[in-house]
Design a protein around this ligand. Structure first.
Ligand code: 2BX
Length: 430
């Protein structure tokens, strides 16, 4: 019987080549969450949540046609889950025409923080700008007020740098140069040396990062007088991978030398303490259940053969919980006026507003940490800071932007035995 089912639509990037195929782990994670919320008698009593989904291959065009088919085929859907920045941009821009809330579990583009373009968008995946307050905090901690920026010319990094520049200005940190490149960083890296850049924030995808690192080695922009900020969500041994395949003309040893000492920032996606979350699981419990689910999909987890999106899986799991909690709140409200979500149609703006305000005020401890949304629908998240020490990433601490609280382990190690300077110190002996 269908009259006790609440239907939601999901778009997951699974196949294809370009972008991020994170649906491979995020769809199984969403399925686990559906199982869990439907087993809760205190959530949506008398109803079950059902997910109808398809693969976008992280292609906005395919994502749009998948959305169209999900919305125009019965049964009526109540909201949309989506991944990939490009697909979320397309889907969230259109969803307002159907009065649908869109919850993105895998979209980092800062452009999505825009209530004018995306009035019904929420994200459990933080914007890439979440790194910036952490970068500023570290610059202030180590006394760096003269920095450089090296970025790949991709939309996500362009808008992240704009946010970083604004925050540097606010903090009185001078940006001596901002170099960007499409795919070959040679000239950009050379220009960094010309400008005597010492503290450099690098924003690029991992393939470009390897090319940058080899150029850094060749131009000697590494060692005790330099500090690099890299993105923290590359694989742990990213600087040693695919060197032949990508024609990187540096040896592993040279890459290790150039990489030694760099700092990384990344959004925290797995809750760190061993607290029980709303689901009753700790994030370690969730990891065990996710691994079991992925083994059933023939991923060789025991040999560390993880699907793409494993890191973001808690974001998809928590997105379904956020929907269930918001629907639960909405159902109670509608019940008081004799209405139900079952009667929702794409022209029912009133109920859509109820769902919107319910999700807007939803907060809970999820497996990805505290889940809460800003007024732009952005995920509020902690960031994690690491440093490459002797070829391995060492956890240096966490930063909570909301409370401006830096938890620091005092594990940092500088090649010259002291904090590198942000400029050449000219000492005049009088
Ligand atoms: C941290 C990362 C890899 C950033 O890109 C996200 C995908 C996207 O923004 O399209 C997924 N998570």
């Amino acid at each position: 019987k269908d009259d006790n089912v609440l239907h939601i639509a999901g778009i997951f990037p699974i196949g294809g080549k370009g972008g991020w195929q994170g649906g491979q782990a995020c769809q199984p994670a969403a399925r686990l969450a559906l199982e869990d919320v439907n087993n809760r008698t205190d959530l949506l009593p008398g109803f079950i949540l059902k997910l109808h989904w398809n693969d976008s291959e992280c292609e906005p065009g395919l994502g749009a046609s998948v959305m169209y088919n999900l919305l125009y085929n019965k049964p009526q859907k109540l909201m949309l889950l989506a991944g990939c920045s490009t697909v979320c941009t397309t889907v969230a821009e259109a969803a307002k025409m159907w009065n649908l809330v869109v919850l993105c579990y895998g979209a980092s583009s800062p452009a999505l923080s825009d209530r004018n373009r995306f009035p019904t968008l929420f994200r459990t995946h933080p914007s890439a700008t979440v790194h910036n307050p952490t970068r500023i905090k570290l610059m202030e901690k180590f006394g760096w007020s003269r920095v450089a920026i090296l970025q790949q010319a991709e939309e996500v990094f362009i808008s992240t740098v704009e946010d970083l520049e604004a925050r540097c200005k606010e903090a009185g940190i001078e940006i001596v140069t901002r170099q960007s490149f499409l795919s070959d960083p040679t000239d950009a890296v050379r220009n960094l040396r010309r400008q005597d850049a010492r503290v450099i924030v690098g924003l690029f995808y991992v393939v470009a990062a390897r090319r940058v690192l080899c150029e850094v080695y060749k131009h000697k922009l590494y060692g005790k007088s330099y500090v690099w900020f890299f993105i923290g969500w590359y694989e742990d041994d990213w600087f040693e991978q695919n060197l032949e395949k990508e024609k990187i003309n540096c040896t592993r040893e040279q890459m290790r030398i150039a990489a030694e000492g760099h700092l990384t920032t990344e959004a925290l996606m797995w809750n760190q303490n061993n607290q029980r979350t709303l689901s009753g699981m700790t994030s370690d419990d969730f990891r065990i259940r996710l691994n079991e689910a992925l083994k059933k999909e023939n991923y060789d987890i025991d040999n560390m053969r993880y699907p793409e999106g494993y890191q973001e899986a808690p974001l998809a799991y928590d997105a379904v919980w956020a929907v269930a909690l918001a629907f639960n709140k909405t159902m109670e409200k509608l019940d008081r006026v004799g209405k139900s979500l079952k009667n929702f149609t794409y022209t029912d703006k009133e109920t859509a507003d109820d769902i919107y305000s319910a999700i807007n005020s939803t907060q809970f401890l999820g497996v990805s940490g505290h889940v809460a949304f800003s007024s732009q629908g952005d995920r509020i998240a902690l960031t994690q800071i690491e440093q490459m020490i002797d070829g391995k990433y060492v956890l240096l601490g966490y930063y909570d932007t909301q409370s401006d609280n830096l938890t620091w382990n005092n594990k940092e190690k500088w090649i010259g035995g002291k904090v590198p300077q942000d400029r050449t110190i000219v000492r005049t002996v009088l």
